[in-house]
Design a protein around this ligand. Structure first.
Ligand code: NAG
Length: 317
């Protein structure tokens, strides 16, 4: 009831603001607090906040200046140190020591929503990127006439919870006290191994030499519309005509995709979710054919998950 009321309030707030300028509605559908962080690109006008807390079920409307470019992400497991008074987060921390990021960016790994408003041809360009790793499921859903028309103006994001399914060599686990020792984020192969091949720099600094890896493919399979490596542009950048509002949701549910007017399979785009992935307790298990292409570390991980899910399936019957 409270949630429905909140959704109505933010809907009206968004329509009023949307009439005059561009707006974001940021919603937290997670079962835990998320602290959104916002970083404006150099030379771009700022948004009126650079960071705040969103309790579970809460949402907040922001007005975005025309021509804005920047990124937005969610911080998790944040707290204020009782001795120093310093605010810090286990994932997505921006280093400010406060709730507002004040020009600080997200420490990887973090799921990022990236925007360039009113760019080439007056269009907005946006994407959700896992190039700096993953910490939260996130959905960016355009709203308004352009979104209703579809085309390249469709929802993007990463609907899957990859913290449980993250391959062992990419996994970030928090200390046992803050999260029971479970995975809290999943590194990119670039961050985990630092090689030019995974980071797309040096000899690999162009689209013809930097190719998807088994690691980037893990992200791409789970989140087909998100950027999985630096040159994943063709299937990961979306555009809307300049009078569009955007709903950004942390831990989106399939119901929230429908409510946002987003068809999961838009014309010409990859699906928002991968229907062939088996979802069990937030973990994803790839198909046997995908397992055959993975290196041994990843293969081991898939096999362990498959065994766990078989055991779970057995327990259910
Ligand atoms: C879905 O995942 C499977 C197995 O991980 C993969 O083979 C397939 O290509 C994925 N589909 C999409 C659209 O990414």
């Amino acid at each position: 009831m409270a949630r429905a009321h909140l959704a109505l309030v933010s809907f009206f707030a968004a329509s009023i603001i949307g009439a005059a300028s561009k707006s974001f509605t940021i919603a937290n559908n997670c079962e835990h607090t998320v602290w959104p962080g916002i970083l404006s690109s150099a030379g771009s006008a700022g948004v009126d906040t650079t960071g705040f807390a969103l309790a579970p079920g809460e949402s907040r409307a922001l007005s975005v200046p025309s021509g804005w470019s920047g990124r937005l992400w969610g911080r998790t497991l944040c707290s204020t140190d009782a001795a120093t008074g310093r605010f810090a987060c286990v994932t997505g921390d921006c280093g400010s020591g406060r709730q507002d990021c004040g020009g600080g960016g997200a420490a990887p790994p973090a799921t990022l929503a990236e925007f360039t408003m009113d760019g080439s041809g007056g269009m907005d360009f946006y994407d959700v990127s896992l190039v700096d790793g993953y910490n939260l499921p996130m959905l960016v859903a355009p709203q308004g006439a352009a979104a209703a028309a579809g085309g390249s103006c469709v929802p993007t994001g990463c609907m899957a919870d990859l913290n449980g399914a993250c391959p062992a060599d990419l996994r970030v686990a928090a200390s046992t006290t803050s999260s029971g020792g479970g995975g809290v984020a999943c590194k990119s192969a670039c961050e985990a191994f630092g090689s030019a091949q995974y980071c797309c720099n040096g000899d690999y600094g162009n689209p013809s030499t930097c190719k998807p890896s088994a690691y980037s493919q893990f992200f791409k399979n789970a989140c087909p519309r998100a950027y999985s490596y630096a040159y994943d542009d063709a299937t990961s950048t979306f555009t809307c005509a300049g009078d569009t509002a955007y709903a950004i949701t942390f831990c989106p549910s399939t119901t929230s995709v429908k409510a946002a007017g987003g068809s999961p399979q838009a014309q010409g785009a990859l699906p928002l979710m991968n229907a062939t992935m088996v979802y069990l307790g937030g973990d994803q298990v790839g198909s046997a054919t995908a397992a055959a292409r993975l290196p041994s570390g990843l293969l081991h991980h898939v096999v362990v998950l498959a065994v766990v899910s078989l055991a779970l399936a057995g327990a259910l019957y």
